[in-house]
Write a protein that binds this ligand. Structure first.
Ligand code: HEC
Ligand code: HEC
Length: 401
């Protein structure tokens, strides 16, 4: 529908353009032609190729999706000129084979400053009305990108000015990519257009072809085995309560629900107790860091569990890892799936124990419940069916460099 509307308005713009053209002088004809080319370049030629069960993502009206912008964004996402010393890009902490997480508990930026939280995966970020672990001000991908680019606490990409734009201009590939995306390479290489193109690229990162999707949305009832189906039912049941915070097609309660309607929530799932948070610096206490309200201590957005089998270590601080001294069964050389299984087993054990004694905890949902070890393993098996190998290897999302 939107696409049709856009095509009609584009057509009328061009028709008005044509009807004016005969009465203009030569110079203004060129101006008009340039303007029309600019409109063409920014008009949406984007067609969402969405998995069954997925709504159309919400796209800000000032940054419509176009193929050329997404392609420019894919380059910029992996462009090291976007860091102060040209050693890092967004892609350094967001790696495709890990669903754009990075496997670390606390990643470091160009100055080796450790980030207080870990790198999030980027599957289906288009559907998140609030970004990052616990910052409600991060209300769009366009805004969020400023933090890693220019943020000083912590320093990530460590840009301190717009000097990187001149470096981009000097690379011939960007002349073409910016001209394709914005119609005019000379004026288009600006800081906002850089962020907007990266945002468009990230919006295109849709993941919806896991074994679970085949079972739930593509009518392939043999895609999940009996254990995985038992795990799915436990996940969606009133004993384990997981679906209250990790529900819906994107496995999180923070989501756009069609159109611009949005919902976002922050919860404590009890991974630490009150004494732990009291001893933390104020950039490590979750939602409290932003609001300063004591009751917000330890509250975070429930992450989407898509591709959870490759995004360990888990929780904002990597509390649940594969290699952990508490695990007597550690052997070196584990496969990724074995590691995820280890860490996810700890996660489900955490929930079934009811978690730590934390006053901000959602006590009706995070409380001890009884399931057998074999039921716990069913839940872990189910969580591992959320891995979408197509997403992890799709050349559309890969670095061009
Ligand atoms: C040094 C590592 C690092 C770099 C470089 C980096 N990120 Fe991140 N990214 C993170 C961390 C850590 C978080 C969680 C931030 C928080 O909660 O404060 C994050 C969160 C995000 C999120 C939010 C995802 C969600 O689920 O809400 C997006 C989007 C994102 N990064 C995009 C980018 C983009 C775009 C760039 C490049 C301009 C970039 N990142 C560069 C580490 C990094
Ligand atoms: C009250 C809401 C709530 C409930 C109920 C809940 N979770 Fe969570 N979950 C969260 C929050 C919030 C986080 C992030 C906490 C943090 O980082 O400190 C999280 C994190 C996770 C993670 C780690 C995700 C990542 O990317 O690091 C997994 C896995 C997970 N939950 C699985 C489950 C399972 C399985 C259940 C049911 C047994 C469940 N959750 C029930 C709120 C909830």
């Amino acid at each position: 529908m939107n696409f049709m509307k856009l095509r009609i308005s584009l057509l009328s713009v061009l028709m008005i353009g044509c009807s004016i053209l005969p009465f203009q002088k030569e110079e203004s004809n060129n101006d008009l032609l340039l303007a029309a080319l600019g409109i063409l370049a920014t008009a949406s030629d984007w067609v969402w190729d969405l998995p069954p069960g997925f709504p159309v993502p919400n796209v800000p009206s000032d940054n419509p999706m176009t193929k050329a912008k997404v392609e420019l964004g894919r380059h910029l996402f992996n462009e090291k000129v976007l860091s102060g010393d040209e050693t890092m890009s967004c892609g350094s902490c967001h790696i495709q084979s890990l669903a754009f997480a990075d496997g670390k508990d606390f990643p470091t930026g160009i100055t080796n400053d450790a980030h207080p939280r870990n790198s999030q995966h980027l599957s289906n970020v288009a559907y998140l009305p609030r970004l990052t672990w616990s910052n409600p001000k991060m209300s769009s991908l366009e805004i969020q990108a400023r933090a890693p680019m220019f943020g000083e606490s912590p320093i990530e990409l460590g840009l301190s000015s717009n000097a990187f734009l001149d470096k981009l201009k000097s690379k011939s590939i960007y002349k073409t990519l910016f001209a394709n995306a914005y119609g005019n390479a000379e004026t288009a290489v600006n800081e906002q257009n850089v962020r907007f193109a990266i945002a468009s690229f990230q919006r295109s990162m849709i993941s919806g072809n896991s074994k679970y999707d085949q079972y739930a949305f593509r009518n392939n009832k043999s895609a999940l085995n009996a254990s995985e189906i038992r795990g799915l039912n436990l996940f969606n049941g009133e004993v384990a309560e997981c679906f209250h915070c990790h529900g819906g097609f994107n496995f999180t309660d923070t989501s756009f629900h069609g159109g611009a309607q949005e919902e976002f929530f922050y919860h404590s799932n009890g991974i630490h107790d009150d004494a732990y948070y009291a001893a933390r610096p104020s950039n490590k206490r979750g939602l409290y860091d932003l609001t300063g309200i004591a009751a917000d201590t330890g509250k975070f957005r429930a992450p989407s569990l898509r591709n959870i089998g490759v995004t360990y270590p888990y929780m904002h601080d990597g509390s649940f890892m594969c290699d952990d001294a508490n695990n007597p069964n550690i052997t070196m050389g584990k496969t990724k799936t074995d590691c995820a299984r280890d860490a996810l087993t700890k996660v489900v054990d955490h929930y079934r124990s009811g978690g730590q004694n934390h006053s901000g905890k959602d006590a009706t949902l995070i409380r001890a419940f009884t399931i057998t070890n074999s039921q716990r393993d069913d839940m872990v098996n189910f969580l591992l069916t959320l891995t979408d190998d197509e997403f992890l290897t799709n050349p559309k999302f890969a670095s061009p460099f």
